[in-house]
Design a protein around this ligand. Structure first.
Ligand code: FES
Length: 197
C-alpha cells in the first residue's frame, strides 16, 4: 500500500520556503511552555502537526527544517519522527484526505465496498491523489471507532455506520463543495446500540 505518510523519503516536490504564520508562532510558544526549560524537543510531535496543518496537510523538507530550527534539534532527529508516524504525510495530499479503516471489524462490515465506492467517485487508486487535487485515498488500520463500523476518516472528521449509498453521497457532496453529515450516518449517538428495525 502506498501511503503518503509511509513513503520513507521526503518529497522532492518544490514548495515555497516554509515560515511560521504569526498565529502558529503563538501556538508553538504555548506548547513549548508546557515543558521544562531546555526540554523543548519533547514538543516535536505537536509542532510537526502544526507544520503539517499550515502546509496544506503534508510536511515538506522546508517545513521539517523549520521545526528543527524552532526546537533546536538536528534535522535528522525531526526526520526520524516525521518518517516514523503514518499520520505525517511526506508528499502533497488532496483537499480531502480519505483514510478508509480496513481492520477486521470494519472489513467484516464492508470496508472493501467502501473502498470501491471511493475509487469510483475520486478516480484514485490507493495512495493516489485525484487530478483535481480534491482527494487523496489511503487505507489505514483501526481508527478506534469499531463499534460504529464501517467507518472512514476524512481530514479531521469521522464518518461512521457507513454503507455504499451514504459514503457515495458524502464523497459526491465533498466533490461539489456541499455540506456533509459528520459522525454516524444512521443517527446513532456515540456508540449506543443500533435501533431494532
Ligand atoms: S476496525 Fe475500523 S475503527 Fe476499529
Amino acid at each position: 500500500m502506498k501511503h503518503p505518510g509511509l513513503i520513507n523519503m521526503i518529497s522532492n516536490h518544490t514548495s515555497d520556503k516554509f515560515k511560521w504564520s504569526e498565529k502558529n508562532i503563538l501556538k508553538i510558544k504555548k506548547i513549548i511552555d508546557n515543558y521544562p526549560k531546555g526540554k523543548q524537543k519533547s514538543a516535536v510531535l505537536p509542532i510537526l502537526d502544526i507544520a503539517q496543518r499550515q502546509n496544506q496537510g503534508w510536511l515538506s523538507k522546508n517545513a521539517i527544517e523549520e521545526v528543527a530550527r524552532t526546537l533546536s534539534m538536528s534535522i535528522i532527529r525531526v526526520m526520524e519522527v516525521a518518517t516514523f508516524y503514518s499520520m505525517f504525510n511526506l508528499h502533497p495530499v488532496g483537499k480531502n484526505f480519505i483514510q478508509i479503516c480496513r481492520t477486521t471489524p470494519c472489513w467484516l462490515c464492508g470496508s472493501n465496498k467502501l473502498l470501491d465506492v471511493a475509487k469510483k467517485v475520486t478516480g484514485c487508486q490507493l495512495g493516489e491523489t485525484s487530478q483535481d487535487n480534491k482527494f487523496t485515498l489511503v487505507e489505514v488500520e483501526c481508527l478506534g471507532a469499531c463499534c460504529n463500523a464501517p467507518m472512514v476518516q476524512i481530514n479531521d472528521n469521522y464518518y461512521e455506520d457507513l454503507d455504499e449509498t451514504s459514503f457515495n453521497d458524502i464523497l459526491k457532496n465533498l466533490k461539489n463543495g456541499e455540506k456533509v453529515k459528520l459522525g454516524s450516518q444512521i443517527g446513532r449517538q456515540s456508540s449506543e446500540p443500533k435501533k431494532e428495525n
